[in-house]
Ligand binder design. Structure first.
Ligand SMILES: [Zn+2]
Length: 234
């Protein structure tokens, strides 16, 4: 059988946390040629806005509460383009386009992993309003959020030491985890949601990230070497 997915290069673990920092080539399920500039496909599209001042979601400014949702209509950095065969693994590290491809590739990789476990598509909880998930890079955001129709990622640190979350598999996969929980379990009544519910959400998102990262053989090898196979050790 011909392998017909689209190639991306992903860092299995954050470059500041792992000894081996080389990105690995993975295939996502969307066939080569069907991932468009962005990258974008039928489930998600990527933008790197220019001049975006606030993250998506609810912001409370003194008295005003405003809700900001995608799509971003303002100017954007040049999208990542596929090569002649439709792949994105040729992009050079250190470019905005590599960051965009890494963000998109990670989200689609994690969705592939979990749709394989579910043995069916995982539909977005927001599909009534937004057919696709917007993936937005906002460096001024010292966090990452999954919300209604979007995953938005910032980073931490300043200047030379800034670490973008667009290159952090763990952070991105965690946010996809939140999106999966919303899709599968719905959204709670804000009046009724308890602290335990939010704790569940964070731990479930972490488990989605953790299990997804075990789909890299290099991570499994590293884990087994480090623990000598004793996973019960600290
Ligand atoms: Zn979280």
């Amino acid at each position: 059988m011909a392998i017909c997915g689209t190639r991306f290069r992903l860092f299995p673990q954050a470059s500041f946390a792992a000894a081996q920092v080389a990105p690995e080539t993975v295939l996502i399920a969307t066939p080569a040629g069907q991932v468009r500039p962005g990258p974008a496909d039928h489930r998600a599209y990527t933008v790197y806005p220019i001049g975006k001042r606030h993250p998506y979601g609810i912001s409370m400014d003194r008295k005003d509460t405003t809700l900001s949702l995608p799509p971003w209509h303002g100017p954007i950095n040049l999208p990542a383009l596929p090569d002649a065969e439709g792949h994105f693994d040729y992009l050079r590290m250190g470019t905005e386009q590599f960051e965009m491809a890494h963000l998109f590739g990670t989200v689609r990789f994690v969705i592939d992993v979990w749709e394989n476990y579910f043995q069916r598509p995982i539909r977005w909880q927001f599909e009534r309003d937004f057919p696709r998930l917007e993936l937005s890079i906002l460096p001024s955001l010292q966090n990452a959020y999954a919300g209604y129709g979007f995953i938005e990622v910032g980073g931490h640190g300043k200047g030379e030491s800034f670490v973008p979350y667009s290159l952090n598999f763990d952070v991105i996969a965690h946010e996809v985890g939140h999106a999966i929980i919303y899709s599968e379990l719905g959204v709670p009544d804000p009046e009724a949601a308890t602290g335990e519910y939010f704790g569940f959400h964070e731990s479930a998102a972490d488990l989605v990230a953790l299990i997804s990262s075990l789909h890299f053989n290099s991570v499994v090898d590293d884990l087994l070497l480090t623990t000598r196979g004793n996973l019960y050790t600290l």
